[in-house]
Design a protein around this ligand. Structure first.
Ligand code: SF4
Length: 300
């Protein structure tokens, strides 16, 4: 495991044992942090507006996170004055990769989210729910986002709450919360606006180029995974239509950067300045390339 993927031991390592269950309160409030902007802002918002709730903050660690994510969560812990529970999958990325015949995860077969994000969450919650605990899960869907099916709970004792939607808090509101708290944005915002795994296949090509510049070791690791997957017959490359080897050719990098700059110019020339924010609202990668079908567990 290289420095880009190492998990510092500063967070509480969480393995829920059956013996802990009898002491569970009858009601539990949980808030999942992705390492991204919106869920962090929601944690701050809940602490400020609902201090009466004893919220358990948790982070599902795939073991393939950016170091900036741990740094951001560490600062958030400081603000919250509370440890963020770290849910470790019982099996790591490499185990599941083997189970899936060395096929890389892809938008078509998203085993990574299922096994490394949702499974540990379910394993953590299941004993509580089975024990009759009512669990309230706070999710950072903003007022300017669509509420998509799939976020809803399929368990009667699990209630999904959307405080930003209820309070009409949009992207500008989220930025204000982060600014006002002093937490600011995660450091990876300087080169990538989406949270999630170091080598998430939802990344745009410009994000791969920047990953290569910012974390060359992680890029090389992603390349090695891809080579092994292709050698085992996987039809998927990390980035659609080309291998990372091809994407990393100097001409191709220049082309990707030019295309990105053009998109940026086009969008900036169309966008109305927000008179309430002199620092300009940062453009997200989705503003430039369209909304990818990402999920809350990874990218909020
Ligand atoms: S961030 Fe991307 S690679 Fe990681 S679990 Fe989510 S979808 Fe999979």
């Amino acid at each position: 495991m290289n420095s880009a993927t190492e998990s510092p031991r500063r967070f509480l390592d969480c393995r829920v044992s059956e013996s802990a269950i009898p002491d569970e309160p009858r009601e539990k409030h949980v808030l999942g942090l992705s390492g991204g902007r919106d869920s962090a802002a929601l944690a701050i918002y809940m602490r400020q507006h609902h201090p009466e709730l004893n919220i358990e903050y948790f982070f599902t660690d795939t073991g393939k996170e950016l170091p900036e994510v741990y740094e951001f969560l560490g600062r958030l812990e400081g603000f919250l004055g509370k440890e963020i529970l770290k849910l470790n999958p019982d099996r790591n990325f490499d185990f599941w990769l083997k189970q899936y015949n060395t096929f890389l995860p892809s938008p078509q077969t998203r085993w990574c989210t299922k096994q490394l994000k949702l499974r540990p969450f379910e394993q953590w919650l299941r004993p509580m729910l089975d024990n009759g605990v009512n669990v309230f899960s706070y999710v950072a869907i903003r007022a300017d986002e669509e509420y998509r099916e799939g976020y809803s709970s399929k368990h009667g004792k699990l209630v999904i709450k959307l405080p930003f939607k209820e309070a009409g808090i949009d992207k500008a509101g989220v930025l204000d919360i982060l600014d006002a708290s002093g937490l600011g944005l995660p450091k990876y915002y300087a080169w990538r606006t989406r949270s999630g795994c170091t080598f998430c296949f939802f990344q745009q090509k410009i994000e791969w180029v920047r990953l290569r510049e910012q974390h060359p070791d992680a890029f090389e690791q992603a390349k090695a995974y891809e080579k092994s997957a292709l050698a085992h017959g996987s039809p998927f490359t990390w980035s659609q239509g080309e291998s990372l080897d091809e994407l990393a050719q100097p001409d191709r990098i220049e082309q990707i950067k030019r295309d990105h700059a053009r998109r940026l110019d086009r969008l900036r020339s169309k966008s109305q300045p927000n008179p309430l924010r002199t620092d300009h609202e940062p453009l997200d990668i989705d503003d430039l390339y369209g909304k990818a079908k990402v999920c809350l567990a990874c990218h909020k």
